[in-house]
Ligand binder design. Structure first.
Ligand code: ADP
Length: 401
């Protein structure tokens, strides 16, 4: 069964075509700057012998044209991986906000589209783009089943005490203002991988998973289910991120508005795009932050301190939430690659049973691996995430039900 996974943004389409027989990636790529004059499409095909062939296209395209181009490349005479669009059995869409409506993937019909639309106020940038992706894919792959996989779904098991804000109850009753959490496919994927690695059923494991990419979030998982997570109504809450603040005093916007005369849009831009690592030291890429810190840059050092201190606080909080932690799992571009960040997050946590072996920590193997000594109560693991594969798996499961 061939499944195409699509992640549509307001000006981008990322995609991977899977052959689910062996979960192999047949083709992968990304269309960027959609809607501008200089749209680009980079498409890579992996042949059966593992050789890769990349095609780059630059042209003015909208989402519909971009996806048609992608379909044409997938069917290309020379490097194509399908003969016809009907070879794609299903298209799995990453949909950012499923609100309280969706606890699991759905085969998309008009009712589901309407529900996703209803959740748009909760994700005004993401959900409209995801809906565009669904509509366009329906036109380009008319015979494929379309499945929505929600970033929020894994966290729908949060208990009320974890998801309610201490706001007037009416704001929840009427407007559904509560904590939702994101990165659900990643947290759920690495939790499953960790269970396999530890050779224990997920339903018996308590885990803290740390997804540290450009966005970042922590999740507390009890007996395989998400019981708390650091992102909230939107992805702004929680850990320090590449360019987002994470947690802060909710009165800061009042100050910026009243004393600095800033508009809501300006404040939104500062909190989402100019804060986090970028705000603290001018760089949002962790590799550069680490290089600058190593070279003695004070702001980069501070950024690293604030970033890892926040993570450490969440590890402590989630240890208290769970009572017993079997494993702490690092994933995402930073979690998988930045040994210095992992070391700082775990420094001084021996009292919680969290210790890192410095040699294992610096190992660059990409497989799931343990970086803590065997005799410690918490297994500290590095588990590469694969959100696309998880979406493909969930899509397959849904269409076979
Ligand atoms: P996204 O959330 O966009 O998918 P990624 O999961 O790819 O992002 O993570 C991007 C982050 O990972 C960037 O901050 C990048 O600097 C960091 N990163 C990637 N490789 C390394 C590395 N070898 N060392 C340190 N940080 C890394």
């Amino acid at each position: 069964m061939k499944i195409l996974v699509i992640n549509t943004g307001s000006s981008s389409i990322k995609y991977q075509l899977f052959d689910m027989a062996k979960e192999t990636v047949l083709a992968t790529g990304m269309a960027e700057r959609i809607g501008s004059d200089a749209g680009t499409l980079s498409h890579t095909v992996t042949a059966a012998d593992g050789t890769r062939n990349t095609i780059e296209i630059t042209e003015n395209m909208d989402h519909a044209r971009g996806l048609s181009r992608i379909a044409a490349l997938l069917m290309d005479k020379k490097h194509g991986v399908i003969n016809d669009t009907s070879d794609v059995f299903a298209v799995g869409h990453r949909v950012v906000h499923g609100g309280e409506t969706f606890q699991d993937p759905r085969i998309i019909d008009q009712r589901i589209l309407d529900e996703i639309e209803k959740n748009t106020p909760l994700a005004p940038l993401h959900n409209p783009a995801n809906l565009t992706g669904i509509r366009v894919a329906g036109a380009v792959f008319p015979n494929a089943l379309q499945v929505a996989v929600f970033d929020t779904a894994f966290h729908q098991t949060l208990p009320k005490q974890a998801y309610m804000y201490a706001l007037p109850h009416d704001l929840y009753d009427t407007h559904r203002i509560r904590r939702y959490g994101f990165h659900g496919t990643s947290h759920s994927y690495v939790a499953g991988k960790a269970a396999k690695f530890l050779n224990t059923p997920l339903a018996r494991l308590n885990l803290i998973t740390l997804h540290l990419g450009n966005g970042a979030s922590a999740t507390a998982i009890r007996n395989g289910k998400s019981v708390d997570t650091s992102m909230g109504l939107t992805p702004l809450e929680g850990l320090v991120m590449g360019s987002r603040t994470g947690d802060m005093d909710p009165a800061i916007p009042f100050f910026l508005s009243r004393h600095l005369d800033m508009s809501l849009d300006e404040i939104d831009t500062i909190f989402n795009r100019q804060s986090g690592l970028k705000g603290l030291c001018g760089e949002n890429d962790m590799r550069t932050v680490l290089e600058k810190a190593a070279a003695g840059d004070d702001h980069a050092r501070l950024a690293l301190d604030v970033y890892t201190y926040r993570i450490k606080k969440y590890i402590g909080a989630y240890t208290a939430v769970l009572g017993r932690v079997d494993a702490l799992v690092f994933t995402g571009g930073i979690g998988e690659n930045a040994s210095a960040v992992r070391e700082r997050c775990c420094r001084g946590l021996a009292g919680l049973g969290i210790v890192i072996d410095p040699v294992e920590n610096r190992d660059k193997k990409t497989l799931p691996r343990r970086i803590s000594p065997r005799n410690t109560s918490v297994a500290v693991l590095v588990v590469p995430t694969d959100e696309e594969l998880e979406i493909a798996r969930q899509t397959q499961k849904k269409v076979l039900e």
